[in-house]
Ligand binder design. Structure first.
Ligand code: ZN
Length: 87
């Protein structure tokens, strides 16, 4: 396998495996004992220096597990992370 083919394979995998993948960010500032998680497009997303990048996740369970392990108490933003918004 050539280097180019190898990189193409690695880079293209996430695009084909999942339909929706969002980049999530965590507010550095705690509110009421929690740090809030936002998506990249959220209106309430703080400016760059006031947030951590959590990375790309395609489900909330994985996202919350990861964020809790790394940062402690976290909550999803009601505006951009509405888990009941499917209907
Ligand atoms: Zn938000």
């Amino acid at each position: 396998m050539t280097i180019q083919k190898f990189f193409f394979k690695v880079l293209s995998l996430p695009l084909f495996n999942t339909e929706k993948v969002y980049c999530f960010y965590l507010e550095k500032k705690q509110r009421l004992g929690f740090q809030k998680i936002h998506t990249k497009d959220c209106e309430l997303l703080p400016e760059k220096k006031a947030r951590f990048k959590l990375g790309y996740f395609d489900n909330y369970e994985e996202l919350i597990d990861h964020a809790k392990n790394e940062y402690g108490d976290v909550k999803l933003c009601e505006l951009c992370c509405n888990t009941e918004a499917e209907s």
